[in-house]
Design a protein. Structure first.
Length: 156
């Protein structure tokens, strides 16, 4: 039978305090980033979206790693000053609100994009059906002069 790996020794209070502060910092940075992204989505400007996603992934990974270490040191966390724990709690509450608003805005934009794409697909299919040649079951189609013109507004 294999033995379970030895648990890691608890972190010294100074290290745990520094990690807890960085946890709050990551939460604050994520809150700012998500709030900025939500505002960009509300104004329907998508130019910075990939940059937002990359930075969110980086901050989320760092936040997750730090959170795991802090959770693994629950006893040491309980001994930290109450003011520090309260400051981190407030930052985490703000992060929760910002992430909910951000998810809502992202879902709204995804829904709008899908609606626009469905309109384009439907228009292309209708145009394609109108210009198809003779078929076994139909008379010659009326020719639509010119082509199908499409213009997409990329600012949504």
């Amino acid at each position: 039978m294999t033995q379970a790996p030895d648990p890691k020794p608890p972190l010294p209070p100074a290290d745990l305090e520094a990690l807890t502060r960085s946890l709050g910092d990551y939460a604050a940075q994520l809150t700012e980033l998500m709030t900025a992204e939500t505002e960009v989505l509300r104004t329907r400007r998508l130019a910075g979206s990939p940059a937002f996603q990359q930075e969110k992934q980086r901050l989320t990974a760092a936040y997750g790693e730090t959170c795991a270490v802090v959770k693994a040191n629950q006893a040491g966390f309980a001994a930290l000053p109450d003011a520090l724990k309260e400051a981190v709690r407030v930052k985490l509450e703000r992060l929760t609100v910002a992430s909910q608003e951000n998810a809502s805005a992202l879902n709204l934009m995804q829904s709008a994009t899908e609606r626009v794409m469905n309109i384009v697909v439907r228009a292309v299919r209708e145009h394609r059906a109108a210009i198809v040649g003779y078929t076994r079951h139909s008379t010659p189609p009326l020719r639509v002069p010119g082509g199908l013109g499409l213009a997409l507004d990329r600012s949504f």
